[in-house]
Design a protein around this ligand. Structure first.
Ligand code: IDP
Ligand code: MG
Length: 140
């Protein structure tokens, strides 16, 4: 079977705290391949496309504000079942509840902000992965 691909972001909190290497280490140690990688500061138009499903939610504007607040690192990771595999490495959305051993469980906590700052994004389905990879890597 051809390997699956997912879109992973190290969010501005992860970059600010110097955790890019730690996130990549966990992805590579698990055995997934980094197929592409770039650093960028995302503008709100790009983020509105990426987070379209959350438009209208109370944390939507804070989410765009936070995600455009500094550089992020975008990656394509590859491997069998990498979409669910990375979601498992990342842990659940709320870092207070994310299991110890996961990226969010080990490296993030509630900061009392309107939007949860939780270090990483990972696509949640094959359809989302294809859509999100096109946004951050239009040529791949
Ligand atoms: P996910 O990143 O675990 O897939 P989503 O539900 O897709 O979670 O939400 C996107 C991002 O929006 C989350 O990673 C988090 O930063 C933020 N977020 C999600 N739900 C809430 C919430 O209830 N309050 C504050 N921020 C949230
Ligand atoms: Mg999501």
């Amino acid at each position: 079977m051809p390997a699956e691909r997912t879109l992973i972001l190290v969010k501005p909190d992860g970059v600010r705290r110097g955790l890019v290497g730690e996130v990549i280490r966990r992805i590579e140690s698990k055995g997934y391949k980094i197929a592409a990688l770039r650093m960028l500061t995302a503008d709100k138009d790009l983020l509105a496309t990426h987070y379209a499903e959350h438009q209208g939610k109370p944390f939507y504007e804070p989410l765009l504000e936070f995600m455009s607040s500094g550089p992020i690192v975008a990656m394509i990771a590859e491997g069998q079942r990498v979409i669910e595999g990375f979601r498992s490495l990342a842990g659940v959305t709320d870092p207070t509840l994310a299991s110890p051993g996961s990226i969010r469980g080990d490296l993030a906590r509630d900061q009392g902000t309107k939007v949860v700052q939780n270090i990483v994004h990972g696509s949640d389905s094959v359809e989302s992965a294809q859509r999100e990879i096109k946004i951050f890597f239009p040529n791949l």
